[in-house]
Design a protein around this ligand. Structure first.
Ligand code: 0RA
Length: 317
């Protein structure tokens, strides 16, 4: 294959420095180069599609683990913009995949972003840590494609055909000189994407593993959002009431979603998420919620005289 010779200007040198640093210190960008870091690559790419869903333009995300541990993530969003920057002559799409942090520049104002990831740095980090990356975009009546090797463009964005659809597909092979293993654990990914589907009401996420003899597949779409999540978590438990208590509200510019169901279990299970990220150590959001819930119970108990004047308040755990 013939490769482009091209001279780099100052901005592009900065770009190369950035991606080279990602390859030199991958842990700083994805936490580790163990299987956790490997899975992180997939989450970063899927987060971009989830952002497009949260902006209201994407209804379905298809994730595939292909033979050879190639990952494919395809969405039916608007497609990453393909227009060419006048000065740099580089497409917006290529910029997203080669500039650390460029994601937000193009995706920032498209509705509210509540997906986690590494705040838009995802795509270029994944690109830098992949042996190759291939991005296919459908929009504006065309099908466009670009290819990278270890973060560097080997084929700039080119129109390869017509299309009446819109969307983005990313395929990548993680770099085995960086990662300890390329052997994705299907169940880990499936659990994460089931959870993502619960957290993004109405979004359909399909994951397929076609590496082995018997392909595996998960197809997740929950119109009930967190209510469905709680029903799933409690499916084998004895419930004290049939329907979870469910709140889905926007307060100012803060969307809040809560689902609660009491069971006969002795231990409680509380999961909290902020911007789609599991906040395993809790935080002020959980603290405030618990305090408000306890106060509500106490106020109610007193107003109904379940708690007499001499009684002390119900205490939270
Ligand atoms: C910014 C603007 C527009 C689309 C996107 C970002 C976008 C990025 C990703 C990454 C993965 N899938 C994506 N889908 C969309 C569209 C702007 C417009 O059409 O007006």
């Amino acid at each position: 294959m013939e490769k482009f010779e091209h001279e780099y200007n100052a901005d592009q040198i900065q770009v190369l420095d950035g991606l080279e640093h990602v390859r030199k210190r991958p842990g700083m960008y994805i936490g580790s180069v163990s299987i956790r870091g490997l899975h992180h690559l997939v989450y970063e790419i899927v987060d971009n599609s989830v952002d497009e869903a949260l902006a209201g333009y994407c209804t379905e995300i298809n994730i595939k683990i292909e033979p050879g541990n190639i990952i494919s993530v395809k969405d039916n969003g608007r497609g990453i913009p393909v227009d060419i920057h006048k000065k740099t002559k580089i497409s917006a799409a290529e910029t997203v995949y080669t500039q650390l942090n460029a994601g937000g520049k193009f995706g920032g104002d498209s509705g509210y972003k509540v997906s986690g990831g590494l705040h838009g740095v995802g795509a270029s980090v994944v690109n830098a840590l992949s042996k190759w990356t291939e991005v296919t975009i459908e929009r504006d009546g065309g099908k466009f494609q670009m290819k990278f090797e270890r973060g560097k463009a080997v084929e700039h964005l080119t129109r390869i055909g017509d299309s009446d659809k819109t969307g983005t597909q990313v395929r990548f092979l993680a770099d085995d000189t960086i990662f300890e293993t390329l052997d994705y654990d299907y169940e880990t990914l499936e659990n994460r994407f089931r959870e993502m589907a619960f957290l993004t009401k109405g979004l359909r996420i399909i994951i397929e593993d076609t590496r082995g003899e018997t392909p595996r597949k998960g197809d997740f779409c929950y119109e009930g959002g967190l209510k469905s999540f709680v029903e799933y978590l409690n499916k084998n438990k004895e419930k004290l009431h049939k329907n979870p208590i469910y709140i889905d509200k926007v307060d100012g510019d803060v969307p809040v979603e809560i689902a609660i169901q009491y069971t006969t279990a002795y231990s409680e299970n509380i999961y909290t998420f902020v911007n789609n990220i599991n906040t395993v150590e809790g935080g002020t959001h959980l603290e405030g919620f618990k305090r408000a819930l306890t106060k509500t119970f106490n106020d109610y108990a007193r107003s109904k005289n379940f708690l007499k004047e001499k009684d002390s308040n119900l205490q939270r755990r």
